[in-house]
Design a protein around this ligand. Sequence first.
Ligand SMILES: Cc1cc2nc3c(=O)[nH]c(=O)nc-3n(C[C@H](O)[C@H](O)[C@H](O)COP(=O)(O)OP(=O)(O)OC[C@H]3O[C@@H](n4cnc5c(N)ncnc54)[C@H](O)[C@@H]3O)c2cc1C
Ligand SMILES: NC(=O)c1ccc[n+]([C@@H]2O[C@H](COP(=O)([O-])OP(=O)(O)OC[C@H]3O[C@@H](n4cnc5c(N)ncnc54)[C@H](O)[C@@H]3O)[C@@H](O)[C@H]2O)c1
Length: 463
Amino acid sequence: MSAPHPHDFDLFVIGGGSAGVRLARIAAGHGAKVGIAEGRFWGGTCVNVGCVPKKLMVQAAEYGEWAKDAAAFGWHLGEATHDWPTLVRARDMEVARLSGIYGRMLGGVGVQTFECYAHFTGPHELKVGDRTVTANRIVIAVGGSPIRPDIPGAEHALISDDLFTLQERPRRVLMIGGGYIGLEFANMLHNLGSEVTLAYRQQLPLRGFDHELREVAAESLAASGLTILPGESPVEITLSGETRIVRMASGKVVEADAVFFATGRKPATKGLGLDAAGVNCREGAAIAVDDDHATNVPHIYAIGDVTDRVNLTPMAIAVGHALADTLFGSRPRHASYENVPKAVFISPPMASVGLTEEEAALRGPVEIYTSRFTPMRHTITRRTDRKTLMKLVVEAETGCLLGAHMLGEEAPEIMQGIAVAVVNRLTKAQLDATIGIHPTAAEEFVTMRVATRRVGEGAAKAA
Ligand SMILES: Cc1cc2nc3c(=O)[nH]c(=O)nc-3n(C[C@H](O)[C@H](O)[C@H](O)COP(=O)(O)OP(=O)(O)OC[C@H]3O[C@@H](n4cnc5c(N)ncnc54)[C@H](O)[C@@H]3O)c2cc1C
Ligand SMILES: NC(=O)c1ccc[n+]([C@@H]2O[C@H](COP(=O)([O-])OP(=O)(O)OC[C@H]3O[C@@H](n4cnc5c(N)ncnc54)[C@H](O)[C@@H]3O)[C@@H](O)[C@H]2O)c1
């Protein structure tokens, strides 16, 4: 007979998003007694106010562009108009369906679910709604929330969550921020018919991506008709009737019906009672964890966006799954933060895996292969804002693939396969030995024969 269990749960998970749900489900499958609290919506940011509703809206916007292009191929569809409420209804039904699946799935594998917020009252003790529970191990998976710059009139601006409750499409939009959300939202609203200005602090958007890709992304957004204001930051927002008047640091003034802050996200640690548990944060409120995702309190772990490492859903899921296997299964393991593929869903979309040209050149000599072309479809539509750029970063000495980057139609779909090659350090020669699928854009990745340039010689000498 086993000894009486000292705690209510083997594992309690705070937060029912991408990371927490996967962890709870897999841990329960390994036989652990698991509880999970979710205060807002099952499935978290991704399902409810992130990846899923965003992608559905991006797809909605793409239909409009396809309808415009169709005429060149002989289709007469009339003037394309868009009905926002129809999209909102369809999107919300799908989100509700998915969120419901997440909640039910947990109950189905024996996880005890709590639909309320939780906070620490001690190292092993939590207040969950009006109940007190104890757990042998506790995992913090509370995600993050949008940052609102501290400027006068900030309350007149919206954050990304608000896009998903708008009952009407705003006519004039100012999107502030040159990251994933700023670009995706600006591009999507523009394609749905809004007049959009995109303002960001740097000279180029998407810091961290390959420089050449960033340049091409900015060019193609501008060519599509977005107004882009690089090197700009808002300093004040005032109201004139329903119009938002935004003064920028340069003195420039922009008028809009809706202003969005897409200025980053911060870990949602406020109100969690971390002090009661003795858990330390890094600067910026992210929870400090070691390679095993343990905090400074050995039985308390943190996973997903709250650790502010790679803030993407597949990463959160992979880490949640690995932690469940490690703590309760027979397969201790880590999910790798190296070579995580990523995509930005603009038109055309971009996707990357591995090192950028700049990162690789700091490590040693690399050969860069590039291909820039007009996709077949657009030789007919004559669009100038849909050029494709494909790029491989190859270690000169070994021929190993260090990175792959693409801006062009279907880039995220294509990059998922190329990521397998980069993660497994396949060589350029192995790509070349693979027969292409014709006629596709993807075949360019296996047919780029001659290096465009060689960089990073200086780095090798310095090393
Ligand atoms: C607009 C937008 C678009 C995005 N698009 C993509 C994309 O296309 N691809 C991609 O990979 N990633 C995308 N992301 C990022 C992705 O959504 C996150 O990386 C992912 O959701 C992180 O998962 P998580 O479990 O760490 O946190 P979350 O999904 O945020 O889940 C945390 C959950 O914890 C709950 N919670 C918080 N505090 C408590 C508490 N005290 N008690 C109980 N519950 C609590 C919250 O309500 C939330 O449901 C996007 C994000 C945004 C905002
Ligand atoms: N396709 C995807 O995978 C996807 C989509 C959306 C979000 N996400 C995830 O969510 C995270 C958050 O997205 P995000 O776009 O909010 O953050 P981000 O960190 O990607 O970008 C924030 C941007 O805001 C700018 N900024 C900050 N303060 C500013 C100010 N006062 N004035 C002007 N610009 C300012 C920054 O320079 C930066 O360009 C992303 O980093 C990503 O991990 C992923």
